[in-house]
Every structure is written in structure tokens, then in C-alpha cells.
Design a protein around this ligand. Structure first.
Ligand code: ADP
Ligand code: MG
Length: 653
């Protein structure tokens, strides 16, 4: 198999750069699609952005202007002779010879008769329209180079077509090679049929996997009847400090039915942030304990694992249950001791990060596995979890508010329960967009909340793990220390060690910290009931899905809570946050706003990260792929290539 380093002109340095763009082999390269196209069409000199061809009349000269290199020459356009200048592109000089026809893009100043170019193309537009693919880049690789490398490899022998012939015929799809050629070098504006072909292929492979899993789950759905002791479960529910909502009760009923049936449970529990999914998981795990089984709960972050551990330990403290916390940052010795307790059955409920599905771990009698924030994990991890222990029942939980129809398709391998109702007594979180210059008012409100013995989150806009994350947090810390001299301020960011993060979260939970300044590390799942205000700086930088998750950190009690979105920019997105509070409606708005949407955040997750298809925009193709792959799975032995894919990807025979 040809590798990237075998491509002519691609040295180790370029391979590294390509890797940075997640291109690791030839097929990744060919699938590295442009994210937009620039359409170049000759304009007059008097457009906002000028695109004009002309003949070079003078040799370019170089001089310094405002500490930049400036290249100038005269260009004869059909309209008139103009001066062209371009900054910091002296390397173009050798290509700009007198008599050559080029195309210049930029802004024209009529008074000075100077066209300041943002780009120069070394070809003639000749009145034609030229469409240029634009790729996501990394420093050191420019658009042209990427396109050139791709084009070098756009040859028949590099192409694997996954769509069976009969479906290519059915939809009258162009060949894969032709489609890729058009996508990377379009010769006309409308290339939809080529795009559709590649989108379909991607969705086809995805739905093949989902439908195959669904079939296997239906065939191999033999599990255990767990003989749930319903009376004891009910009295536990009666002892809870709150009354369950109708939807929580319904979800528990369905789950207990699943557990009692001889079918293996494979269920997704979907419910908005704060709707109370955790307690449903706890009740399920407690039920299994009563019947003599272990349960495991997997979450995406250590902070969350720790929180669930504390929460569950607290709720079950009168029931003599051994709860085990298992996370990556534990010492080898601690882990080994933990493995031992899991193996000999001392541990009844195991809570942790993906540490709990390591191969070394042997469960004693695992009856139920649950993943929280399922959208953070991929299809393959979904599978690993199922394969632990002896046919455990499986429950996935997710706060991604995907409309039911979509969920049924893209999570088609699972049964689905949805929690729509919020716990009663919750007050609507008051959300306000505030201009940066009004920060004083916000500080005043923070003081008021703190004086009422409540706590506050401050969110810095920098992305987790970015270079300046720490610095930005430190700056905020400094400012808040000045403003709130007698208050305890804690900071939390991605670069801190898990132990330090734990300590901070503990302190915050136990009200030893009044103001927690954090990056989005607290986005997922964190539950501190006494926090009543969250202030998000440069809120316009976040998508609706993230803002909604962040806002969900407050309003977890019956106290009135506040979400303040600080900004110096007008943003429709932020205004929507002011009026809309539930995730499902926000997801709809998100869709309208962006014309496509990413199904409210699931695109970040492993299996939903499509390269060209878009689950919402291309939903008609999703449905076609769903039907087609089902027909194929009926006769999978006739499709060797696809059969192999299933075998490799999801261990299917
Ligand atoms: P999520 O669905 O986002 O995981 P959680 O399970 O963390 O939400 O629940 C949010 C908060 O609501 C928790 O503090 C939990 O104890 C509380 N809670 C859950 N169910 C109810 C209920 N029926 N009534 C009152 N409070 C509840
Ligand atoms: Mg949760």
C-alpha cells in the first residue's frame, strides 16, 4: 500500500504537516475535502472586491512601506492602466514578467489609481469563471500545495469505491474518481451530483455499521433475567430526598422491564442538561445490586467520575454497598487493589473513566454497564463496553437534544428513552447578554449572590489545552481577587493535574471556594447545587451547544439562577440564549441559524465526525443509506469488501 512519504515531492516534514491535518494515508488525503469554494469571476474596477485580469506592463519593483515588503507594477486591464501593489509576497517577483496575463484580486482606490491586491493568480480569467477549492490549512502548508499533492494522487489505482455497482446505477452516480476530481478541481459551479456521491458513500458506511450493530444486537440479544426486587427498589425511590418526575419514572419502568426480560438491554437515555439522568442510573445500579450483580458507570472526565462517586456514595450510604472509583490518575498500586476488589466481587458499583474498560480488568459478575455523556464516546467504545463481563445489560446516557426522528436513525442500534420534563420547582435561569463595558453591574450582581451565600462560576473563553489558557485564567484570577478581596477564588484549567482539579472541585462543592474561574473543563455534567450564577466571557466565541451546557451548571436547585453572557459583539446566537431555555428548541434554532447545524454538538464525537456529509442537511441521503445498507445486510455474503469492513471495524463475522 502506497504511503504519504512515497508521494513525489512529499518529504518527512510535509508528512508531519499532513498528519497535523489528520491525514495519515492516501485515502485520508483524497478525502480531505475543501470546506468552501472561492468563485472568481471578472469584475469591473469599481466593485467592493475587484477581480480583474490584465497584462503586466512594467517589471515589479520592491520597496519597504510601513515595515512591510511591497511589490509594485503596472497592469494593463481592459478598462485602464493601473498600479498594482501587494504586500509581503516578494517571492512572486520572478513570476511576474512583462507581457504575462495575470488575475488580481483586491481593492481599488480610484483617486490614487492603485489596486491593493490580496492575492495574485498567475493565470488569465479570460472572461471565465474559475472556482477555487479552499482547504483548512496548517502553518507550513498552503492551499495550493495541498491541492497539488491531492491531484498527484487522484488516479484510479488509489480509489476504493465502497458503493456496490447496483447502487451506483440506482442513483446514477458519477464514478468516484470523477467525483473527487470535480470536488478538488471544480470546472463548474454546481457540483452537487459529485458531492452527493461522496456524501452518500460516507453515510452509507456509517449506516452499514449502525444497521449491522442493530442486527447483531437483535440476534445476540440473549441476556439474563435480573429478577429485580421491585418492592425494595420502590422503597428506595420513596426514601429519595425528591419526587421523581413523570419521565424519570417512565424511564425507570422501561429500564426495569429491560433488566427483567431475557433480552439484553441496549438503551439510550436522552435528556436535557439537568433533567436528572444520574438518579435513573443510580436506581438501575441499585436494582442490580439487590439482585446480586455488579454495575459499572463510565464517564468522560475524572472530575465527573469523582462527582458521581461522591453523589452515589452519599445517596447509598445507608445501604451497605461498596462503591469503587477507578480513574487513570490513580497509582499502579491503587489500581491493582481496585482490580482485585472488582474481581473478587467486593465492589458492587464501579465508577470511572474509560479506565473501567481496560483489558486487565476482570469483573466478578457484571450485570449492567452505563455510559454517561455517551456522545463523547464513539461506536467502537460502545462496543468495548458491551463486550465486558458476561452479557451485561447496557444503558447509554446523553444530554444531546437530538430530535427523536434523527436519534432513531443515527442511534438506530439502540432503543431510546427520552426525559423531557425538568424536575419541578426549578426556576427558569435568567440569561442576559451584557456588553463588556457594563462589567461593573455584573460584579455588583456577583457580590449580591455571594452575599446570599451562593457560588459563582466564571468562564474564560479560551479553549481547553490551548497555549494561553493558563495565562488568561491567571489574568481573570488577578482581576477577581482585586474586586473580591475577602472571597475565596479557585481556578481550574486543562493543564492542571487530576489531583489538583479534584481538590478544587471538592473545595467548590464544599463551599470553601466562592468563585470558580474555569475554562470549559467544567462544561460536562458538573453538579454543584449551590452555584447560582455563571458569567461567560467573550461568549460569542462559543456555539449554542456549549453555551447551553455551560448554562446548565447553574439552576440545579430551586434558587433563582443567572447566566451572564459577556461580549463586545452583537450576536444573534447570544440573543437566542436570552429567550430560549430548553435544549430541544435551541437545537432547532441552531439548525435555522447555520442552515445546517451539527445536531447540537454530536459532531465533536468520534463516530459522528463526518468529512463531507452533514446529518441534518443531508438527512435524505441518510435515509437512503439506511434502507440500502439494510438490503445489503440481508445478503452480506455477496459483498466481500463491505463484509471485511464490518469485521475490522466492529468485530462482526
Ligand atoms: P443530568 O441529566 O444533566 O445528568 P443530573 O442527573 O445531574 O442531571 O441532575 C441534576 C440535578 O437535579 C441533580 O442535583 C439532581 O440531584 C437533581 N434532581 C434529579 N432529579 C430530580 C427530581 N426529580 N427532583 C428534584 N431534583 C432532582
Ligand atoms: Mg449528567
Amino acid at each position: 500500500m502506497k504511503q504519504l512519504k512515497d508521494i513525489k515531492g512529499v518529504g518527512p516534514k510535509t508528512v508531519d504537516l499532513l498528519n497535523k491535518l489528520n491525514i495519515f494515508n492516501i485515502s485520508d488525503l483524497l478525502d480531505y475535502y475543501p470546506y468552501r469554494y472561492d468563485v472568481l469571476k471578472q469584475t469591473s474596477l469599481y466593485e467592493e472586491t475587484v477581480i480583474i485580469s490584465g497584462i503586466i506592463e512594467t517589471n515589479p519593483t520592491i520597496n519597504f512601506f510601513k515595515r512591510m515588503n511591497r511589490l509594485s507594477f503596472k497592469l494593463n486591464t481592459n478598462e485602464k492602466l493601473i498600479n498594482v501593489v501587494i504586500y509581503n509576497r516578494v517571492f512572486l517577483k520572478n513570476n511576474l514578467n512583462i507581457g504575462k496575463t495575470i488575475t488580481v484580486i483586491g481593492k481599488y482606490d480610484e483617486v490614487k489609481n492603485i489596486l491593493t491586491a490580496s492575492d495574485i493568480k498567475l493565470f488569465d480569467l479570460e472572461g471565465n469563471t474559475i472556482i477555487e477549492p479552499v482547504y483548512h490549512l496548517t502553518k507550513g502548508l498552503n492551499n495550493k500545495t495541498i491541492n497539488k499533492i491531492i491531484n498527484q494522487e487522484l488516479i484510479e489505482e488509489n480509489i476504493i469505491d465502497y458503493i456496490p455497482n447496483e447502487y451506483i446505477n440506482k442513483y446514477n452516480f458519477p464514478s468516484k474518481l470523477n467525483s473527487l476530481k470535480q470536488i478538488h478541481n471544480p470546472t463548474k459551479i454546481n457540483i452537487n451530483k459529485y458531492l452527493d456521491r461522496c456524501k452518500y458513500e460516507e453515510l452509507f458506511l456509517f449506516m452499514l455499521k449502525i444497521n449491522a450493530l442493530k442486527r447483531r444486537n437483535n440476534e445476540l440479544n440473549i441476556g439474563y433475567e435480573r429478577n429485580i426486587k421491585i418492592d425494595k427498589v420502590n422503597s428506595f425511590i420513596d426514601e429519595l430526598p425528591f419526587e421523581l418526575t413523570i419521565d424519570q419514572k417512565e424511564a425507570i419502568k422501561v429500564i426495569i422491564n429491560d433488566l427483567n426480560s431475557s433480552k439484553r438491554m441496549n438503551r439510550l437515555l436522552e435528556g436535557d442538561v439537568g433533567s436528572g439522568k444520574t438518579i435513573v442510573a443510580i436506581i438501575a445500579m441499585y436494582s442490580l445490586y439487590l439482585s446480586g450483580y455488579q454495575s459499572a458507570l463510565m464517564v468522560p472526565t475524572e472530575v465527573l467520575a469523582k462527582q458521581h462517586f461522591n453523589n452515589i456514595t452519599n445517596l447509598l450510604k445507608n445501604y451497605n454497598i461498596n462503591i469503587e472509583l477507578l480513574v487513570g490518575s490513580m497509582t499502579k498500586k491503587q489500581k491493582e487493589e481496585s482490580y482485585e476488589r472488582i474481581k473478587d466481587g467486593t465492589s458492587n458499583i464501579i465508577i470511572g473513566t474509560h479506565a473501567i474498560i481496560q483489558d486487565e480488568i476482570e469483573y466478578n459478575n457484571l450485570g449492567l454497564v452505563i455510559t454517561d455523556e455517551q456522545h463523547r464516546f464513539g461506536v467502537n467504545q460502545r462496543n468495548n463496553l458491551r463486550n465486558k463481563g458476561n452479557l451485561p445489560d447496557v444503558l447509554y446516557m446523553s444530554a444531546t437534544p437530538i430530535p427523536r426522528t434523527y436519534a432513531l436513525t443515527i442511534y438506530g442500534d439502540m432503543d431510546i428513552s427520552i426525559i423531557n420534563t425538568m424536575p419541578s420547582g426549578r426556576k427558569k435561569i435568567i440569561t442576559k447578554v451584557v456588553d463588556n463595558k457594563d462589567i461593573k453591574k455584573v460584579l455588583f450582581k456577583i457580590k449580591e449572590e455571594l452575599d446570599n451565600n451562593h457560588q459563582v462560576y466564571i468562564i474564560s473563553p479560551l479553549i481547553e489545552d490551548s497555549e494561553d489558557e493558563q495565562e488568561d485564567i491567571k489574568k481573570l484570577e488577578h482581576k477577581f481577587k482585586l474586586a473580591f478581596k475577602d472571597k475565596n477564588i479557585g481556578i481550574l484549567h486543562g493543564k492542571m493535574k487530576p489531583k489538583e482539579k479534584d481538590k478544587i472541585m471538592d473545595d467548590y462543592l464544599n463551599q470553601k471556594i466562592d468563585i470558580l474561574i474555569s475554562t470549559t473543563v467544567i462544561e460536562v455534567g458538573v453538579d454543584v447545587k449551590n452555584a447560582t450564577m455563571i458569567v461567560i466571557f467573550d461568549a460569542y466565541k462559543f456555539g449554542l451547544a456549549t453555551l447551553h451546557q455551560l448554562r446548565g451548571r447553574v439552576g440545579r436547585n430551586d434558587f433563582q439562577s443567572y447566566c451572564i453572557l459577556m461580549t463586545n459583539k452583537d450576536s444573534e446566537r447570544l440573543n437566542i440564549m436570552e429567550t430560549v431555555s430548553d435544549g430541544f428548541t435551541l437545537a432547532q434554532e441552531d439548525l435555522k441559524l447555520r442552515g445546517s447545524g451539527d445536531l447540537f454538538g454530536i459532531r465533536q464525537s468520534g463516530d459522528m465526525s463526518f468529512k463531507i456529509a452533514n446529518l441534518t442537511k443531508d438527512y435524505d441521503l441518510v435515509l437512503k443509506a439506511k434502507d440500502d445498507t439494510n438490503k445489503i445486510l440481508d445478503n452480506i455474503d455477496d459483498y466481500k469488501l463491505l463484509k471485511n469492513i464490518l469485521k475490522e471495524n466492529i468485530n462482526m463475522d
